[in-house]
Design a protein around this ligand. Structure first.
Ligand code: NAD
Ligand code: UDP
Length: 310
């Protein structure tokens, strides 16, 4: 039985990861400050004697004896990470320093939830891990993008300088049950708007693209990555390479919910990436993994979830 710390464990991805790790007979310590996560995401785990919940902010040091750390703590949706941008950078950078310091001290393996946002508005398409990115360091997304980039630097340097066993996962847009209904991300926004009969808000013309990965595919990949040899550190892209325009997503959601919502256009926020699609050759080769849940199937499960919660 491994003892595993999941920071940001009460969030969307973290709660699914905690659940899977418990099902695989591990002991799970879930750490969260509940900024965007909530107890309702993990309430069903609280009776499990192998699950522990700690209210803590990763910008302060934390001590525990564990074998592995998944570092997920950080608001992930633009409206949440832009709400207090200084705190967002602190969470990524100081959170990484604190968790890496802990990993170094207790000799734990540590995985960083990095992001496709480190590629910014990419000039290379699809994006490969050796692409350095195109990020505006003073734009409205910088607190998140640059914070995550700096965290990757810290992970790499703790490996080089202190031989900490690190893994860096560059996660592409992921969706599924337990997304926050008001967190502003496109999949949850469109589903909630469609179910409530409100206009579907498209930013820009809707011809920008994203590649959407269902949560179960991501959780599989994160665990496979954690279990790779110490010599493999990443960064590694984890995402679904099937690319859709935002307009296509809106049409799919309207059709699948049977909604009468109309589409309403709003200005495109600044620095909004125009295209995004992962090259997952490295993940296929190293993890023997690729996503298996098609968009329609994942959307159906997510729509069912929101029907029951909103
Ligand atoms: P989320 O907002 O649902 O979860 C983040 C969790 O971290 C929340 O429970 C929040 O309360 C917690 N948290 C935030 N700041 C904290 C702090 N200072 N101390 C302790 N806990 C804190 O978002 P998510 O979609 O589950 O994302 C989880 C991780 O995955 C994030 O690091 C995010 O950057 C990364 N990621 C997510 C996506 C995606 O599409 N969902 C894509 C790329 C990367
Ligand atoms: N988007 C949109 N309507 C919304 C929310 C988002 O058109 O109600 C667009 C947004 O401008 C972006 C894409 O959908 O181009 C994905 O946005 P999201 O915030 O989900 O993720 P990210 O931009 O971080 O990839």
């Amino acid at each position: 039985m491994k003892r595993i710390l999941v920071t940001g464990g009460a969030g969307f991805i973290g709660s699914h990861l905690c659940e899977r790790l418990l099902n695989e007979k591990n002991e799970v310590l879930c750490l969260d400050n509940f900024f965007t996560g909530s107890k309702s995401n993990i309430v069903h785990l609280l009776n499990n004697p192998y699950f522990e919940l700690v209210r803590h902010d990763v910008i302060s040091p934390f001590f525990a004896e564990v074998d592995e750390i998944y570092n997920l703590a950080c608001p992930a949706s633009p409206i949440h990470y832009q709400y207090n941008p200084i705190k967002t950078t602190k969470t990524s950078v100081m959170g990484a320093i604190n968790m890496l310091g802990l990993a170094k001290r207790i000799k734990a393996k540590i995985l960083q939830a990095s992001t496709s946002e480190i590629y910014g508005d990419p000039e290379q398409h699809p994006q490969k891990e050796d692409y350095w990115g195109h990020v505006n360091p003073v734009g409205i997304r910088a607190c998140y993008d640059e914070g995550k980039r700096c965290a990757e630097t810290l992970f790499t340097d703790y490996k080089i300088q202190n031989n900490v066993r690190i893994k860096i996962a560059r996660i592409f847009n992921t969706y599924g049950p337990r997304m926050h209904p008001n967190d502003g991300r496109v999949v949850s926004n469109f589903i909630v708007q469609a179910l409530e009969g409100k206009p579907i808000s498209i930013f820009g013309k809707g011809n920008q693209t994203r590649s959407f990965q269902y949560i179960d595919d991501l959780v599989n990949a994160l665990i496979l990555l954690m279990n790779t040899d110490d010599s493999f550190t990443g960064p590694i892209n984890i995402g679904n390479p099937k690319e859709f325009t935002i307009m296509e997503l809106a049409e799919k959601v309207i059709k699948m919910t049977g909604s009468k919502s109309e589409i309403k256009f709003y200005p495109l926020p600044s620095d909004d990436p125009n295209r995004r699609q992962p090259d997952i050759s490295l993940a296929k080769k190293t993890l023997k993994w690729e996503p298996i849940v098609p968009l329609e199937k994942g959307l159906k499960k997510t729509i069912d979830y929101f029907k029951n919660t909103i």
